[in-house]
Structures are given as C-alpha cells and as structure tokens.
Ligand binder design. Structure first.
Ligand code: ZN
Length: 144
C-alpha cells in the first residue's frame, strides 16, 4: 500500500477505496496538508483545523491539478464542513421580509437555501428540493 507524501492530504474516496480494485470514480485528494494536521483544510476535522470560507478557497488544489480532474472543478468527496458558517446565505422563512419567503410552516429549519439548481434529466427542481419537517432536501448529482 502506498501513502501520499507528508505534505499532501491523500484522503481517498470512497472511504473503503481499494487501490488494487476497479476504479469507480474514486479520488485521492492532492491538496496540501494544513499546518499541524495530516489532512488538508477541506478534509481535516473541525476540531483539528479552524475553517473559514476564505481558508477553504485559498487551500484549493493548484489549477494544474484541478485541470487534470476535469470535468470536476474541485473534488469535494468526503470533505468535512460541519459547523462551518458560510455566512453569505440569507435565511428562508415562511413570510419573507429581508429573508427569502416560501418556506413551509413547521419546516423552516429544513428549507434549502437554494434559489436555482441544475437537475438530472427526469427530476424537477421541486422534486429535488422537496423537504418537510423531518426530511431535508437531497441535491442530486449532475455531471457537467
Ligand atoms: Zn484533502
């Protein structure tokens, strides 16, 4: 089994990735490791690395690597963003105001903060963004 250089994340996806198996859109992160961590800012847990949108942006893989990963602009499989304040999205509420309206009463916390999205053939935006008080919307994967 090979391991990545010490300055590279090397997080593989899927988690049960088998380097001797048949690849199925498997990936290996080549971003630099964060200081005092064995993973990049994207893959390190939030208790090890302090994350911000700016820090994530500046720790993206080099353009040359992203180009080789085409058609994907950035590999995000397995990243840890729990608890990260994205800060620039307005809330969605029932009545709107300085927020966006249209959320379902009793399900405001699960209302997706999405205005538009591309869906796969045969899936409408309404179907993709469907949610209720106990279920969040699940964004479908679309290969661009
Ligand atoms: Zn990584």
């Amino acid at each position: 089994m090979s391991s990545p250089p010490a300055d590279r994340c090397g997080c593989t996806w899927p988690r049960d990735h088998d380097e001797n198996g048949v690849p199925r859109q498997d990936s290996c992160c080549w971003r630099e490791t964060a200081p005092n961590a064995d993973r990049c800012v994207w893959h390190a847990d939030t208790q090890t690395v302090t994350k911000s949108v700016e820090r994530l942006r500046t720790s993206r893989a080099p353009r040359s690597v992203r180009t080789r990963n085409a058609p994907y602009a950035e590999l995000l499989d397995g990243v840890t963003l729990a608890g990260l304040d994205l800060g620039s999205l307005r809330a969605v509420t029932v009545d709107g105001d300085f927020t966006f309206g249209g959320a379902q009463a009793g399900a405001v916390d699960n209302a997706p903060r999405i205005m538009d999205l591309v869906t796969p053939d045969g899936v409408t935006q309404s179907e993709a963004l469907e949610y209720d008080g106990s279920t969040r919307a699940t964004l479908p994967f679309v290969l661009l």
